[in-house]
Design a protein around this ligand. Structure first.
Ligand code: SAH
Length: 400
């Protein structure tokens, strides 16, 4: 079977040559060979030179997603190859036999739209389970081959799918949640940074646990000893519980989701810190305002909000949201106290984020020193040319 060809307009190849894997509909001069939705196509520049092989989706603005520069077919062999390479990368930085980690990070691992998190049960309840999201037509159509390749490379006890993200609508594919292979327990007890966390892979947000913050949680906990800690947007308690384990005087954890807070409280109990751990179900913006009125101060505040900027056009409103919550957090931080502030929005880049922190401090008449400038953990690789892979920012500052 000969392969269909997508030819780009002049000059539209440059971004692709630099490593960006998406070809948009308006960058294409012609499509030859009548590819079916999800088929592999050969992408070439206006002079016929090869750019790569990608998945074709006529329903999406992202018309082609490049998966390889050399393999024409995204078949079982192809996926086994990229999953093995992805595992080799993680083996360099993690103990993949005992730790949980993001096993496949979409485009950054040459699997456009495929997210796979691997959860390992602690020694008390051992096992290995995968939580997957198929977020592009190309990978959704190849579910069977991908599941077989995941089994061959990671040998999990079960594979769950949680493709409930809103991006699916842009790809023209239906959401799906269920078990793809084996069985997955309702709750997985995993270890991270020396603590035990119960992760609900079926019901939790995204894929169940925010693995990208692993190293930042450990970093934050190093400042916690003896301090009163406020963990805002705590989800299932990761930051605050590690702070409590590291000797925080007390932790207040805030989230608007009652199920996340129930999980956080359970995790606090699992780690023997429930007596120093309190949860508050509230809108963070309102809650911080109330705390301010009460006059309470904290020695360490963690801010890990959801992505306020989900697109380029949302950067300005996001700036206001981030700044407001950072101003409020700074006002609650005592002199000499620590603020751990994060943004997981790719569109809100590091320069903007740092400028926002400076503006927030200026607005409350505070000065600060930057102690640590951090990013996402290494199982979420940052790759050249694909700037979307660079998304998480975490700053640890000391406020004067
Ligand atoms: N810090 C967590 C991850 C935070 S994810 C970790 O380390 O795992 C963002 C969290 O913000 C989610 O749990 C979500 O429920 C919560 N959230 C979103 N909007 C909120 C709001 N306005 N007020 C309080 N919590 C909110």
């Amino acid at each position: 079977m000969t392969m269909s060809t997508v030819t780009l307009k002049p000059r539209e190849d440059i971004r692709i040559r630099r490593g960006h894997p998406w070809i948009y509909d308006n960058e294409i001069a012609s499509v030859e060979g009548g590819p079916a939705p999800g088929d592999e196509v050969r992408a070439q520049d206006s002079r016929g030179r090869l750019l790569g092989f990608g998945f074709f989706n006529p329903a999406s603005k992202i018309r082609v997603r490049i998966f390889s520069h050399s393999s024409e077919r995204a078949d079982g062999d192809f996926f086994r190859g990229i999953f093995s390479a992805a595992l080799d990368w993680r083996k360099r930085f993690f103990d993949t036999e005992t730790q949980s980690f993001r096993a496949v990070f979409g485009e950054a691992d040459f699997a456009p739209g495929l997210i796979v998190d691997l959860f390992r049960g602690s020694s008390a309840a051992p096992g290995c389970w995968l939580s997957t999201q198929f977020l592009s037509l190309g990978v959704a159509r190849r579910r069977e081959a991908i599941v077989a390749a995941l089994q061959a490379v990671f040998a999990p006890d079960g594979i769950a799918e949680r493709s409930d993200a809103p991006v699916l609508a842009h790809e023209g594919i239906p959401a799906f949640q269920g078990i793809l292979a084996g069985s997955v327990p309702e709750t997985i007890f995993m270890e991270e940074n020396g603590a035990t966390f119960a992760v609900d892979v079926a019901g939790g947000q995204k894929t169940g646990w925010f693995l990208d913050q692993r190293a930042n949680r450990a970093a934050a906990a190093r400042y916690a000893r003896g301090r009163e800690v406020l963990d805002v947007f705590c989800n299932q308690g990761g930051f605050g519980i590690l702070c409590a384990k590291a000797g925080a005087a007390a932790v207040t954890a805030v989230d608007s989701s009652s199920s996340a807070l129930a999980a956080a409280a359970r995790n606090a109990a699992l780690n023997g810190v429930a007596d120093r751990y309190a949860t508050a179900e509230a809108n963070a913006f309102d809650y911080l305002r109330e705390l301010e009125r009460s006059g309470r101060k904290f020695g360490l505040v963690v801010l890990d909000p959801p992505a306020f900027a989900k697109s380029r056009s949302a950067v300005e409103p996001a700036y206001r949201g981030y700044k407001e919550v950072n101003v409020r957090a700074m006002r609650l931080t005592e002199r000499g106290g620590i603020l751990v502030t994060c943004s997981c929005s790719h569109w809100f880049d590091a320069a903007r984020f740092d400028a926002m922190i400076a503006d927030a401090a200026f607005d409350c008449g505070r000065r600060y020193r930057v102690i640590e400038e951090r990013s996402q953990d290494l199982d979420h690789p940052i790759v050249s040319g694909y700037d979307e892979s660079r998304y998480l920012k975490c700053r640890i500052i000391e406020l004067g």
